[in-house]
Write a protein that binds this ligand. Structure first.
Ligand SMILES: *Cc1c(COP(=O)(O)O)cnc(C)c1O
Length: 463
């Protein structure tokens, strides 16, 4: 088909059917347990149910779009991490992936600790009763007010990210008459095998203090001289959505190398190392994530081996999974509004949300799966692109997906594995209202973050 056959429309060159799809899946009704949360299944009418509730009921009661979070799945993933790492290690859930008071209570009950990286996240954690000593405070530019609040609250650790911050935190702790436990975040020069924009440990980036050129060693030297800081360890976070453990291996080797240098120079063995988060999950059936117990075993072996070689006592390890805990536990439920076949190209399926509730596709070229969930279908596959309702041609939720060819307005479709970095990165673009998070468990649903209202929007608009 020649391009002139199309009316002057939105950027046809971009919609040529290139992409990551191969053949359509054998069964469009199948729900791969790798990408859907644990309690998801189809009932005898073909309707998807989660936590014992069907999505048609959820849509009626709570509207669409909505994030639907499987509480049992969340708790069991949190518990699996906790159990895998055992008593000699600490698991900090990275709150930025998704944070709400209900989630903080679940984490508290399951014995996990919590990472926060802003005053807002800290306030949420404290207001839901997370003990301050189990909170770690991160960020590359914490304000003086945020630091003061964290120190006053008694957070278990502040992760220092720059030379200025070492002095800033020391000064505030001294003023408050306390000694703050800190870790120093270093960049180890590892580039995780993942999308460039979410890889963080190579040195040309804003986070951490480079090991290279002795900068990290100098940071430790300065921090050790300050009485109001208790340096408990070194922190390294190498990226996100990582499947390959070799990056952690190199990072652990280099961090332990620094611990050894510190011991040789200062005669102190720092008691902790934090290897960060970044463990990958399955967004599509092509992804093969590792189980927490495999990760725990691999990390602990790596650290033990490196410490033996350096003749150091093995430090206490901590890890900070965000996505790996919450990512697979939720899906986004949308209603189909329009179905627009573009002959020879693909069919555009517009849903009632979009880049405001899931920016990851536009931001990182992320891949997602999608399924028709309000019914099953015997129709053949059609190549689709699931798009949102925003005034932006990059407003894509799922770039390449097969859906049944009888898909029609009013059908409900769901995008799995949207628990991490979707609600937490949601925006009000086009003054679209941010969707609720509905938690389901044992046949009960409850809103844990309510849908935004026009009143919410107008409340901020005080002109
Ligand atoms: C983002 C981040 C995490 C969590 O990353 P995930 O990919 O969600 O596991 C952990 N630690 C630090 C320091 C981070 O910045």
């Amino acid at each position: 088909m020649s391009r002139s056959a199309h009316p002057a429309g939105p950027r046809h060159a971009d919609v040529l059917p290139e992409g990551h799809y191969s053949a359509p899946p054998a069964d469009l009704n199948a729900l791969d347990p790798k990408v859907w949360s644990q309690t998801v299944t189809r009932d005898e009418h073909g309707v998807l149910t989660v936590g014992g509730i069907d999505v048609k009921r959820l849509a009626e009661e709570y509207g669409t779009p909505a994030y639907v979070l499987d509480e049992d799945d969340f708790r069991s993933r949190a518990r699996a991490w906790r159990t895998a790492f055992g008593e000699n290690a600490d698991v900090f859930y990275a709150g930025k992936a998704f944070l709400s008071r209900a989630v903080v209570r679940w984490l508290n009950e399951e014995g996990l600790n919590l990472d926060v990286c802003s005053g807002g996240e800290l306030a949420t954690a404290l207001s839901a009763g997370m003990p301050a000593e189990r909170i770690a405070f991160h960020g590359n530019n914490k304000s003086a007010a945020e630091i003061r609040r964290a120190v006053e609250a008694g957070v278990g650790r502040i992760v220092l990210d720059s030379f200025q911050e070492i002095v800033r935190v020391a000064h505030i702790a001294r003023e408050l008459g306390t000694r703050q436990r800190v870790q120093i975040r270093v960049t180890v020069g590892v580039e995780a095998h993942t999308h460039e924009f979410i890889a963080t440990a190579h040195e040309d980036q804003k986070f951490g203090i480079p090991l290279a050129g002795g900068q990290a060693a100098e940071a430790v030297r300065r921090a050790l001289q300050l009485d109001s800081l208790e340096v408990i360890g070194i922190h390294s976070h190498i990226g996100s959505q990582i499947f390959d453990m070799s990056g952690f291996e190199v990072a652990a080797h280099r961090v332990v190398g620094l611990l050894k240098d510190i011991r040789d120079e200062h005669g102190v063995e720092l008691p902790e190392i934090d290897l960060g988060g970044g463990l990958g999950i399955a967004y599509t059936s092509d992804d093969d994530p590792r189980e927490p117990h495999e990760i725990a075993k691999a990390l602990s072996e790596i650290v033990t081996r490196e410490c033996e070689a350096a003749k150091l006592r093995t430090p206490r390890i901590s890890v900070e999974p965000g996505r790996a805990i919450v990512g697979p536990t939720a899906f986004t439920l949308y209603e189909v509004g329009t179905v627009k076949p573009l002959e020879g190209l693909r069919t555009y399926v517009s849903v009632d949300g979009g880049m405001s509730d899931n920016i990851r596709t536009a931001l990182y070229d992320a891949e997602y799966s999608v399924a028709l969930v309000s019914r099953s279908s015997d129709a053949g596959p059609m190549l689709t692109r699931v798009v949102g309702k925003h005034c932006e041609s990059g407003d894509i939720v799922v770039k390449d997906a097969f859906l049944p060819s009888d898909l029609a307005p009013g059908d409900l479709i769901a995008v799995p594995a949207t628990g991490a970095y979707c609600r937490s990165m949601a925006s009000n673009y086009n003054h679209v209202l941010r969707p609720p998070v509905v938690a389901v468990k044992d046949g009960q649903a409850r809103v844990i973050v309510r849908r935004e209202t026009e009143e919410d929007l107008l409340r901020l608009d005080v002109g």
